[in-house]
Design a protein around this ligand. Structure first.
Ligand code: NCD
Length: 302
């Protein structure tokens, strides 16, 4: 598997293999001994858009496997002098063994993959795809022993612009989940994607503005993606009116897990972090073993 550009490129068996590999990475990390799997390799991280977790967990994953992470900062590089994206990719392709790329323009990571000889990993392209986040999400659900088949999952928030949600809906489809999509009407999930997932996997997908959460195993929340709105005021209004309230959480199942790709703003009550159902910090930590599995497979092809 040279590139990982979209969750659509993965079959269920690919996902299961990567999750099993991530489990092994987790066990190796727990031993605390040096790992030499990617010794001598170089992993370039090119982030043309802000990132904390994705960038640093890919760097950590590379370092934990014995590879050297290389960071490219557009504002401090020749991109700031006007060098084209394609030239930048050609150059870094000559230095590194894999390119992890985040870019605000949808499809730009695919463009990079067409040029680069080395594997390209999509770390988020605009509002389109975030396949490795979905692997982390599925890994987290499995690690929490929720099982993956036929889970009852509610996706809550900005389902129009959040790439993590778009990729996750497809990933959940693979495992026959029962999905509720909760968003304000102006931030609904792309109807074409909903139809495609229903058709491909035959799952039930319900849309609502007021989720009930009874019977819900996973509540997956994301922030309003303000940077993708032309009218920022519209984003602020949507964010202010569409939040998870204490009341919703009080009536939700006690064993439900609450996940979030992070960063979180005001989508959840401020004191919810200490609730036993809040699993998003564990989820973020799972980024390291999952991305170790991804790097190993992309670079070594096994
Ligand atoms: C997400 C992203 O960048 O798409 N963050 C992440 O990678 N963990 C979600 C977000 O920014 O809201």
């Amino acid at each position: 598997m040279p590139d990982i550009l979209s969750i659509y490129d993965l079959e269920k068996r690919d996902v299961l293999r990567l999750l099993a590999s991530a489990e092994k990475m987790d066990a190796l990390l727990a031993k605390g001994k040096p790992i030499h799997t990617l010794e001598g390799k170089v992993v370039a991280n090119l982030f043309f858009e802000s990132s904390t977790r994705t960038n640093l967990s890919f760097q950590t994953a590379a370092a934990r496997l014995g590879a050297m992470p290389l960071s490219f900062y557009p504002e401090k590089s020749s991109a700031a002098k006007g060098e084209s994206f394609t030239d930048t990719i050609r150059i870094i392709d000559g230095y590194a063994d894999a390119l992890v790329i985040r870019h605000p323009v949808e499809g730009s990571v695919n463009q990079a993959a067409d040029i680069a000889e080395k594997p390209v990993i999509n770390a988020g392209d605009g509002g389109n795809q975030h396949p490795t986040q979905t692997l982390i999400d599925l890994y987290t659900m499995r690690k929490l022993k929720l099982g993956l088949e036929g889970l009852n999952v509610t996706l809550f928030g900005d389902l129009k612009y959040a790439r993590a949600m778009r990729s996750l809906l497809y990933g959940l489809g693979m495992f026959g989940a029962e999905v509720t999509l909760a968003s304000p009407p102006e931030l609904r999930m792309d109807p074409a994607l909903i139809s495609a997932v229903k058709e491909k996997f035959g799952i039930n997908i319900t849309e609502t503005q007021k989720p009930s959460l009874s019977g819900c195993s996973v509540l997956y929340v994301c922030r309003v993606q303000k940077e993708r709105f032309e009218d920022k005021r519209e984003a602020e209004l949507a964010a202010a009116k569409f939040r998870i309230t204490k009341g919703i959480l009080d009536s939700a199942p006690k064993e439900m897990a609450v996940l979030h790709p992070l960063p979180k703003l005001d989508e959840l009550p401020p004191d919810f972090d200490s609730d036993a159902r809040a699993k998003y910090f564990e989820q973020a930590k799972n980024g390291v073993p999952v991305r170790m599995a991804v790097l190993k497979e992309c670079i070594l092809g096994e």
